[in-house]
Design a protein around this ligand. Structure first.
Ligand code: ADP
Ligand code: MG
Length: 226
């Protein structure tokens, strides 16, 4: 079952063609990773996918709710942890406070953040902030969750903490699209990997296929991680 589809998506900023004819499908339960050099259009792709940007051409088909976890957490600094999580489900989804609170507290427990519900983002480590941000996204009950470099603002120790959380979500068969520079992680967790280069999907396949690819730009990119 296809949960999400992009058909011939194009996006330019002025004279800069950032997405040049992107087509992709995401199946229910699938983990898709997107890798590629800085500036290749990965964030723009996710922002179009989640409705934060409007494509100039092409079509997006969503069978359900989509969520996004940002590189820099994007928590509301003046909201407590709990309010960060319950705000959108109540305001946007018009759900009852009691019900959302129950779910939010379950998610905080799952993210190892018990006792932090009254804390403010500045009182938390980066890893804890990112776990709040993941709980916030999950509280919307998304059918598909997009991550934009969820660990790139974190030091290596906190990176491992977040990768573990994402692996646990994959084990629950949550459908995810993950932009990442963590190559070992991408290889381990993904059903499929896309290599983006200059606004196009240059290589696509299973982790084995992609990492064995002879594509020149892909090899050059991977070489930077050795
Ligand atoms: P990536 O996430 O792969 O690093 P981005 O999608 O963030 O790439 O950016 C791709 C290109 O588009 C970059 O050259 C970037 O500067 C440009 N870009 C992204 N967003 C905007 C914007 N809102 N206005 C102008 N240029 C943008
Ligand atoms: Mg980016």
């Amino acid at each position: 079952m296809i949960l999400f589809e992009m058909k011939h998506i194009k996006k330019s900023f002025g004279a800069l063609d950032v997405l040049r004819d992107i087509s992709l499908e995401v199946d229910k339960g699938e983990v898709l990773s997107i890798i590629g050099p800085s500036g290749s259009g990965k964030s723009t792709l996710l922002r179009c996918a989640t409705g934060l940007e409007t494509p100039d051409a092409g079509e997006i088909v969503k069978n359900g709710e989509v969520g996004l976890v940002f590189q820099n957490f994007n928590l509301f600094p003046h909201f407590s942890v709990l309010k960060n999580i319950i705000d959108a489900p109540m305001r946007v989804q018009k759900r009852k406070k009691e019900e959302v609170l129950v779910q939010a507290r379950e998610l905080l427990k799952k993210m190892g953040l018990e006792g932090k519900e009254d804390a403010y983002p500045y009182q938390l480590s980066g890893g804890q902030q990112q776990r709040v941000s993941i709980a916030r996204a999950l509280c919307m009950n998304p059918d598909i969750l997009f991550f934009d470099e969820p660990t790139s603002a974190l030091d290596p120790e906190l990176t491992g903490e977040i990768l573990k959380v994402i692996k646990a979500l994959a084990a629950e068969h949550i459908t995810m699209v993950i932009v990442t520079h963590e190559m070992t992680f991408a290889r381990d967790i993904s059903d499929r990997i896309i290599f983006m280069d200059d606004g196009v999907i240059a290589v696509e396949g299973t982790p084995e296929q992609v990492f064995a690819s002879e594509h020149a730009r892909m090899k050059e990119f991977l070489g930077k991680f050795h």
